[in-house]
Write a protein that binds this ligand. Structure first.
Ligand SMILES: [Zn+2]
Length: 139
């Protein structure tokens, strides 16, 4: 399955190649203060591949907070964060925002609340390594 997505104005676009054709796509509404404010709802699959294309690099704001182990790529023009990346053991991992999907029926999204509070940095990175997209390219 190929999923395309972008921020609202199209400056940050992505193509997600998801192995197989899942009936349901997990969508985690993260309860952290950034995601609550932005409505960030994230998905990933460790066997999937992500290609990110940015039209104007000057219009991307990269935001980090807390443990500073994750980078939110926010469009500086329209304010939408289509993806988050995390560098784990020298390899870039990512999750994408399901609210940025262009061609997925919303009924396929299996939405759930997620809270990652209380994790240590080690636990957090280990979880991302297990679950996040591990094949990430910026074109
Ligand atoms: Zn934008």
């Amino acid at each position: 399955m190929v999923i395309r997505g972008s921020c609202h104005c199209g400056n940050i676009g992505f193509t997600l190649e998801w192995a197989g054709d899942p009936a349901k796509i997990p969508a985690r509404a993260c309860g952290c203060t950034f995601c609550t404010r932005h409505g960030g709802v994230w998905t990933s699959h460790p066997g999937s591949r992500l290609a990110v294309k940015i039209a104007d690099e000057a219009l991307v704001s990269r935001y980090e907070f807390g443990t500073r182990t994750a980078t939110f790529h926010v469009c500086a023009r329209c304010g939408v964060p289509p993806l988050v990346t995390s560098d784990i053991d020298g390899r870039l991992h990512a999750v994408v925002n399901v609210n940025c999907f262009e061609d997925v029926d919303p009924s396929r999204l299996d939405r759930a609340l997620a809270s990652f509070e209380g994790e240590s940095v080690e636990q957090r990175l280990a979880r991302r390594k297990r679950n996040w997209i591990a094949d990430v390219r910026f074109l």
